[in-house]
Design a protein around this ligand. Structure first.
Ligand SMILES: Nc1ncnc2c1ncn2[C@@H]1O[C@H](COP(=O)(O)OP(=O)(O)OP(=O)(O)O)[C@@H](O)[C@H]1O
Ligand SMILES: [Mg+2]
Length: 388
């Protein structure tokens, strides 16, 4: 079984560098490795100093690189879908303002096709390891939550039984009046829908997919890393590694850096205390930018020697249902969230946890559906929802 490791983090922190260095290490170890970029502003070509396109190109022994072009993927495989979506989005429904709003945010579907491509590559089973170099955090998160959001749309939009309901949880009661896409498109949508269900499964499969956070010891980035970690947990992805990049070497002989070294030391300590349960790798700030395979090799030798680095480094269970005296309890792991941050709703067969701009539908198992939410509390980063 192959593995997928996804690198994410704020803009410019070193995601591409770290991802590519892992690629170089894996290839050297004899793993057939693919480094994939989903960032629209691709830069694997620059890094490997070789032209990289929308199909994998060999950049070194055992090492392949690919820059996904979502538009290419979409037109190649799902031609009739874009039309169907345009038609669907244009309908109106006065009674359901909230649902309407959600439908309007549909643009961004391109991002989804990058992930579908990764799923396909994984299923082709050609590579031992697929390394994903993501776009900066904001976009990555929307990318990761997209399959969830998409399933939600489909459930709201299509009457029961019409679309591949076999693989998905039951549909909500909201009935929309809308133009149904023609049959050709419908089949594509159906296929896409099934694929999305599987994509979600794949990305959340702890044995297959690891998410690794890249960060640097600076205030804004540290804060954003904490937030990303929270959202990634909210969406039930397994974050099992943190990379702290651009650490100024301690032996540097230049007084200009004295204060920087002190500042970095504080943020490093903060990061270490925050990610205490997750392996942390430190990468120093080099004299020049990191370009080409030799430079990446150096990063590997200095920081990524861990023999187990491609393994699942840690498994977090973000959602646990437990039986209580009066019913059930759902524990959701939400690191760094505050009491005031989230809202909780019940909607048909789902619990909806809303955190800032993020909303997650957690499907409720059948046995719990006859209970209702009695209370919820946040304790030690765990949101406990009581069903009674
Ligand atoms: N430890 C380091 N020492 C020196 N230069 C570095 C280091 N890490 C990254 N760089 C350089 O910083 C620049 C940005 O790094 P990189 O492209 O890996 O970041 P990124 O997170 O992928 O950025 P983006 O968000 O734009 O995709 C590159 O020129 C890279 O060579
Ligand atoms: Mg990058």
């Amino acid at each position: 079984m192959g593995r997928i490791i996804i690198f994410t983090g704020k803009g410019g922190v070193g995601k591409t560098t770290t991802a590519a260095a892992h690629g170089v290490k894996a290839a050297r170890q004899g793993m057939k490795t693919l480094v994939v970029s989903t960032d629209m502003a691709h830069n694997l070509s620059d890094l490997f100093m070789k032209e990289i396109k929308e199909e994998p190109v060999e950049v070194d022994k055992n090492l392949y690189a690919l820059e996904i072009d979502p538009n290419y993927e979409m037109s190649k495989y799902y031609g009739s879908i874009s039309e169907a979506f345009k038609n669907m989005i244009s309908f109106k429904n006065e009674e359901n303002e909230e649902a309407m709003e959600d439908i309007v945010v549909f643009p961004g579907i391109e991002e989804l096709f990058s992930l579908l491509k990764i799923k396909e590559l994984y299923e082709e089973n050609i590579y031992d390891l697929i390394i994903v170099d993501c776009a900066p955090t904001g976009e990555t998160l929307s990318l990761l939550k997209f399959p969830e959001l998409f399933s939600w749309y489909m459930e709201k939009l299509f009457p029961i039984g019409k679309v591949a309901m076999k693989v998905l949880r039951p549909v909500s009661k909201i009935a929309f009046k809308l133009d149904m896409p023609d049959e050709a498109a419908m089949n594509d949508i159906e296929k896409l829908y099934v694929k999305l269900g599987k994509l979600q499964e794949l990305l959340k499969d702890r044995e297959v997919c690891s998410i690794r956070l890249v960060t640097i010891p600076e205030k804004m980035v540290v804060e954003e890393s904490k937030r990303s970690y929270m959202y990634l947990n909210l969406y039930n992805f397994n974050v099992d590694g943190v990379y702290i990049n651009r650490l100024i070497p301690g032996d540097i002989d230049n007084s200009f850096f004295n204060q920087w070294i002190e500042l970095q030391k504080n943020y490093l300590e903060e990061l270490q205390s925050v990610f205490v349960n997750i392996p942390i790798y430190k990468i120093k700030w080099y004299e020049t930018d990191v370009n080409g395979i030799d430079a990446l090799d150096r990063v590997v030798k200095d920081s990524l020697e861990d023999d187990h680095i491609f393994d699942v480094l840690k498994i977090t269970n973000n959602e646990v249902f437990q039986i209580t005296e009066n019913g059930y309890r759902l524990d959701v792991y939400l690191p760094f969230s505050n009491k005031g941050d989230f809202d909780l709703f019940e909607s048909g067969t789902d619990i909806i946890v809303k955190l800032g701009n993020f909303k997650r539908n957690i499907p409720i198992p059948n046995v719990i559906r006859k209970y209702s939410i009695a209370s919820a509390k946040l304790n030690n980063d765990i949101l406990s929802i009581y069903f009674e």
